[in-house]
Design a protein around this ligand. Sequence first.
Ligand code: HEC
Length: 127
Amino acid sequence: MKALAFLVAGAALALAAGAAPAADPAAGEAIYARCLACHALAYDRTGPRHCGLFGRRAGSVAGFAYSEAMKRSKIVWNGKTLDRFLANPMAAVPGTAMGYAGVTDRQERADLIAYLERENRSAACRK
Ligand code: HEC
């Protein structure tokens, strides 16, 4: 009986682990290569800079020409809102100027967001 309870607890733990995959910033760096077509961490390109992203209101980098849709979205960027946006940008913010289909793989998004978090704490973003 005790062994059974242990097994059940183990299965629950395994399920919980499946729900929140461990994020790997090193793997995320490779995925960020897809974003480099339009973005850089420290300066604006076709897309706005990603330094300072966490806690920033969507559409608020001064001098960047955002779409009205992004400016009006009322999103504040954090792990959760980024996950939603990056899964399908054009569905999450209809009318966005970010012409990118998104990152459909949940693990890839988690890795990518972990990479962005790490870089935001790094010297590259503190200049
Ligand atoms: C084809 C060019 C392009 C690609 C590729 C692209 N983006 Fe963007 N991104 C943009 C543009 C343009 C905007 C501004 C959107 C708007 O104003 O509606 C934007 C906006 C954003 C924003 C909102 C930032 C803010 O200041 O509110 C985030 C976050 C973002 N992109 C993340 C990413 C990530 C992560 C990737 C890679 C998976 C990516 N983008 C790939 C062009 C791109």
